[in-house]
Design a binder for this molecule. Structure first.
Ligand SMILES: N[C@@H](CCC[C@H](N)C(=O)O)C(=O)O
Length: 282
């Protein structure tokens, strides 16, 4: 089958976006076999992406259904940068003219709002602190947890945002052990569904620097849900104010959380090119 797609990015976190409304895809389980997703995600053998995003018709009252697949073929329920690209994609493809778009994901509904200057604000929902909701095997909820692997130990904050996150405080993100500690923590036994791992440097009460080793994708140039996780974890520890600028390797996001309602993330969404590729569907 020949598949049309659009390559997009949110601050360098890059996506292969597929219209599954005008281009029907197999509905059972994953729309493509996991090994085909890994091939398409390969930067040497395929299109190359951190996540594949699929637009499908909503099953309930929302405008669309939003599916997210990591480059390793795993399906997940949340992707903040992807949500902004999703909003831009459905408008550019003429699938909707709305400025406020409601999408259903495996984690519930989200609202994406396109502002007049083409930035997108995403209501990421409320942070979930209970270990079961992250999910994490810790016995009770805490501001921080000690994780041990071999001879190494880390203190992390952990939160669920529809996907699992843990965040470590570091002195300088440029020298943080992202490549060595990232994979160990991603697969740490305390996180039964693995975890996204953030390395946060607090610059001031309104500004942080952040690198994220993403579950199923490795270090990315930006992670929207990781930025929200770092901010609410920093607020919970008393380090950050309600509105914070998060500087990631690919650019900056504005995150606001006022202790109730949803976390609001604002940032850009960029169109790179349109293409088509032959795929295996069975
Ligand atoms: N890049 C994302 C998060 C994508 C999913 C994540 N790797 C997971 O497995 O939960 C973002 O911008 O939030």
């Amino acid at each position: 089958m020949n598949l049309r797609f659009t390559k997009m990015h949110g601050l360098g976190n890059d996506f292969m976006v597929i219209d599954g409304i005008n281009q029907p895809l197999p509905e059972n389980g994953l729309p493509f076999p996991a090994d085909e997703i890994r091939r398409l995600g390969s930067r040497h053998f395929g299109v190359g992406f951190d996540q594949m995003l699929i637009v499908q018709p909503a099953q309930g009252e929302a405008d669309f259904r939003y599916r997210i697949l990591n480059a390793d073929g795993s399906e997940v329920s949340q992707c903040g940068n992807g949500a902004r690209c999703f909003a831009r994609f459905v408008r550019e493809q003429g699938l909707t003219q709305k400025q406020d778009i409601v999408v259903e994901t495996a984690a519930g509904q989200m609202t994406l709002s396109v502002t007049d200057d083409e930035q997108v604000t995403v209501d990421m929902g409320a942070p979930r602190w209970a270990p079961d909701a992250i999910p994490m095997t810790a016995k009770g909820e805490a501001d921080s947890y000690f994780l041990v692997s071999g001879t190494q130990a880390w203190e992390v904050g952990a939160v669920g945002l529809g996907n699992p996150h843990c965040t470590l405080l570091v002195e300088n993100v440029d020298t943080a052990p992202v490549e060595s500690a990232g994979p160990l923590l991603e697969c740490h036994e305390q996180f039964p569904e693995r975890v996204n791992v953030g390395f946060m440097q607090v610059v001031s009460r309104e500004e942080i620097r952040l690198r994220v080793y993403e579950r199923g994708a490795g270090e990315t140039l930006a992670c929207g849900s990781g930025a929200c996780a770092a901010v609410v974890i920093g607020q919970r520890r008393g380090w950050l104010d309600n509105a914070v600028t998060v500087h990631l390797p690919g650019g900056s996001l504005h995150i606001e959380y006022h202790g109730e309602g949803g976390i609001r993330m604002t940032g850009p969404a960029s169109h790179v090119y349109d293409g088509s590729i032959d795929i295996k569907t069975d």
